[in-house]
Design a protein around this ligand. Structure first.
Ligand code: F6P
Length: 328
């Protein structure tokens, strides 16, 4: 292992996700295992600019493997987008003796890391943390599995009341640009229809699907809608549209919102976070930089950050067909 890296900084940036704490713990303890220092950087890149640092050892991360959110806090820093902001951040890192960075976040965070590396030749490694699962180079991002379980649990509860009142529920889930949550939680929770940003299914298809549900004798229906779906109507406008076409339908809207980002991480996310953290630190110690650590076919692999940022995390269109068959 390379002797050049003596201290690694770790930060969480962008939208938080369950499993980030488990990843911080893994980075801190892997550093301790290899006898190098570790510094927690608070509030993402903003804390880097402000020098908001804390030395961390194995005991600083006790009892966080099971906690949602991020003990290091997260932020979307506007200052880091400026050369002056990045210069300040670099000075602070040098002053604190930090030689390399692990950035836990999404593609916006990785873009910042790559830019920082290109300006200061500073070793960086990314760990994908977002509930949206929209990052190329990994089958799973941290928090996605937990969010799916949260959404399914909530829709199960909504189904109880939907069926008691013969109602149609339009349920909006997170996924600004990606339909992974909607598609998978929708199938898992038995939704009649799923609307996602990747496919413009159109309003006609939605009406058609509701018509079929009724004809098939279903007394209540669940439609799962990704917040970024292509129909271009808000979930409340969709409610009005459906009601104007089917006055007999009693429609209710449920926007699940940020509760999807909270809660204790699933076992899957905890194990994934632990594996990704080990690989991120050990890759830096081996002299690697500018990669994202991800999981593909259950193997922990490195993908160049540039590809992770630019590539598309495509949805599996077979899932749409499965959903259609299931909602017959
Ligand atoms: O974490 C990603 C995401 O969950 C998106 O799906 C969503 O649009 C966004 O975060 C909202 O985050 P915020 O309210 O923090 O801007």
């Amino acid at each position: 292992m390379s002797k050049t890296i003596k201290k690694i900084g770790v930060l969480t940036s962008g939208g938080d996700s369950p499993g980030m704490n488990a990843a911080i713990r893994s980075v801190v303890r892997t550093c301790a295992f290899h006898n190098i220092g570790c510094v927690g950087i608070y509030r993402g890149y903003q804390g880097m600019i402000e020098g908001d640092f804390k030395e961390m050892g194995p005991r600083s991360v006790n009892n966080i493997v099971n906690k949602g959110g991020t003990i290091l806090k997260s932020a979307r820093s506007m200052d880091f987008k400026t050369p002056e902001g990045r210069e300040k951040a670099h000075k602070n890192l040098v002053k604190a003796g930090i030689d390399a960075l692990v950035v836990i976040g999404g593609d916006g965070s990785f873009t910042g890391a790559l830019l920082f590396n290109s300006e200061y030749d500073f070793p960086v490694m990314g760990i994908p943390g977002t509930i949206d699962n929209d990052i190329y180079g990994t089958s799973y991002t941290l928090g996605y599995d937990t969010a799916l379980n949260t959404v399914v649990e909530v829709i199960d509860k909504i189904r109880d009341t939907a069926s008691s009142h013969n109602r149609l529920f339009l349920i909006e889930v997170m996924g600004r640009d990606a339909g992974h949550i909607a598609l998978n939680a929708g199938i898992g929770a038995g939704a009649e229809e799923i609307l996602i940003p990747e496919e413009d299914l159109g309003l006609d298809r939605l009406l058609d699907s509701l018509r079929k549900s009724k004809a098939a004798g279903k007394s209540s229906s669940i439609v799962v809608i990704s917040e970024g779906d292509k129909i271009g109507k808000t979930v409340f406008e969709l409610k009005d549209y459906v009601e104007s076409n089917f006055p007999e339908y009693d429609v209710r809207v449920s926007v699940l919102g940020h509760m999807q980002r909270g809660g204790a991480p699933s076992c899957f996310d905890r194990v994934l976070a632990s594996r990704l953290g080990v690989k991120a630190v050990e890759s830096l110690l081996e002299g690697e930089s500018n990669y994202m650590v991800g999981i593909l076919a259950d193997k922990i692999v490195l993908t160049p950050l540039e590809q992770a940022i630019k590539g598309d995390s495509e949805i599996d269109t077979e899932l749409l067909r499965v959903s259609d068959i299931m909602s017959i």
